[in-house]
Design a protein around this ligand. Structure first.
Ligand SMILES: [Zn+2]
Ligand SMILES: [Zn+2]
Length: 116
């Protein structure tokens, strides 16, 4: 089992997404791998497309995925909750992470080994 790095859901396989964390820049200059579930990937891709289309600059802050400081986009994530089933939480993610997630989403069937 693996945990999604955004919503925390435990699923058999998460989709690998490469992020460039400033915290690990020296030890991992090539980037580090995060794992996202299918639902979060889809949300990230949507947010990426919307931001690209509307040229939204976003708000300044610290990215919830890679920890880098910069312009962030709002992404609504369903967090599994024991009491309510799901809770909607607004995460802030940088364009770099969104771009990587969006790319991973395009290849997610392959990455997750799903065959239709
Ligand atoms: Zn998730
Ligand atoms: Zn980021």
């Amino acid at each position: 089992m693996a945990d999604c790095d955004l919503c925390g859901v435990a699923i058999p396989t998460v989709c690998p997404v490469k992020v460039f964390s400033p915290k690990f820049e020296n030890s991992y200059p090539e980037g580090v791998w995060k794992g996202l579930c299918g639902s979060c990937l889809e949300k990230a891709k949507k947010a990426y497309d919307e931001a690209t289309e509307s040229k939204k600059t976003g708000t300044f802050g610290k990215c919830n995925l890679c920890g880098a400081e910069g312009q962030l986009q709002d992404v609504e994530i369903n967090i599994p909750s024991f009491s309510k089933g799901y809770e909607l939480e607004r995460k802030k993610i940088c364009m770099k992470c969104l771009e990587q997630s969006s790319e991973a989403y395009e290849n997610k069937d392959e990455l997750l080994g799903e065959h239709h």
